[in-house]
Design a protein around this ligand. Structure first.
Ligand code: ZN
Length: 79
């Protein structure tokens, strides 16, 4: 996943390690299954990947290691 093209046109480079645009997420129930003492690599493998666009703030979530991300965008402001 070296690059991701966002709907806004931004090309997000994901090649940096650590990557400033990549976030990790885990459900509370999954977190609760991990032992008290756990290696950070084990936590990393148990998480899903989120890519946050630095231009439009859109989130691209790769649920359960999916190859295609689910897109989440901010709702328009009501004011
Ligand atoms: Zn974007």
């Amino acid at each position: 996943m070296p690059k991701l093209l966002c709907r806004c046109g931004e090309v997000i480079s994901l090649s940096a390690i650590p990557c400033p645009f990549e976030w990790r997420i885990m459900s509370s129930t999954k977190l609760d299954t991990l032992p008290d003492q756990v290696d950070v690599e084990e936590i990393y493998r148990a998480t899903d990947t989120i890519v946050r666009c630095p231009k439009c703030d859109r989130l691209w979530v790769f649920w359960d290691d999916a190859e295609v991300a689910t897109e989440y965008a901010r709702a328009p402001s009501e004011s």
